[in-house]
Design a protein. Structure first.
Length: 225
């Protein structure tokens, strides 16, 4: 299905790979490729969110829904695109909010968010693959069960994680999170369709750092260079 999963995640999600839905998902992906569909992201990047941010290092979760459907965009991290690709509109809006929220933040020239991932920000999409050019084409094929299990493991086995949930879909995952020991920051989605309805001025990034400092954790350096 994809490259080797990072060891700490492999340990906590080991049982998921043994469940029937994962076999069905693997078979579905193989059928898609046999039918001639191009799948994004590429095979080696499907589990990138987990591999860039080990289970033991997760401090923040930013939940997306689907990978980007355009060529060279998706590389396994929610809201992130590979360098050299035009910055998507939702990410442009995220950067604009960062500029007003974090003193000294300068607008980046690319959309690769790996720097966040390496600091403990899990950039997780609920669905980890799709057909090229077809948003939502791999929804309800099993990925959501897998990523729900990952969120539940984080909730059960860790404390003090900040979950940044933008939009109704991400907020539907609150049911998986023990809010007595974790922190929820929510607003509308940063997409152009909803950004004017409460994303501007929501200050999720400074609020996250305030929480992390109170938790005795290192704050995130949000600047992308």
């Amino acid at each position: 299905m994809a490259g080797e999963l990072e060891p700490s995640w492999k340990k906590v999600l080991e049982e998921e790979f043994k469940k029937p839905y994962m076999t069905e998902l693997k078979n579905f992906l193989e059928q898609e490729k046999e039918a001639g569909y191009v799948i994004y992201p590429k095979n080696a990047d499907i589990f990138n969110a987990f591999n860039k941010t080990p289970f033991d290092e997760v401090k923040v979760v930013i939940l997306g829904q689907d990978p980007y459907p355009g060529e060279h965009q998706a590389h396994g991290l929610s809201f992130s695109v590979q360098k050299g690709v035009a910055i998507p509109r939702s990410l442009i809006n995220i950067y604009k909010e960062l500029k007003t929220d974090i003193p000294g933040f300068t607008l980046p020239t690319h959309g690769n968010l790996e720097k966040w991932a390496k600091q403990g920000v899990l950039l997780l999409n609920a669905t980890l693959t799709l057909r090229a050019g077809q948003s939502a084409s791999h929804q309800k094929k099993g990925w959501e069960k897998f990523t729900d299990a990952a969120i539940k493991k984080l909730s059960d086995e860790k404390t003090g994680i900040v979950f940044i949930l933008w939009g109704a879909y991400a907020q539907s995952k609150i049911a998986l999170i023990d809010i007595s020991k974790h922190h929820i920051l929510k607003s509308v989605h940063p997409s152009p369709l909803s950004v004017e309805r409460g994303f501007w001025g929501s200050k999720p990034f400074s609020k996250t750092n305030e929480i992390l400092i109170k938790e005795g954790k290192e704050p995130i350096d949000w600047q992308i260079v």
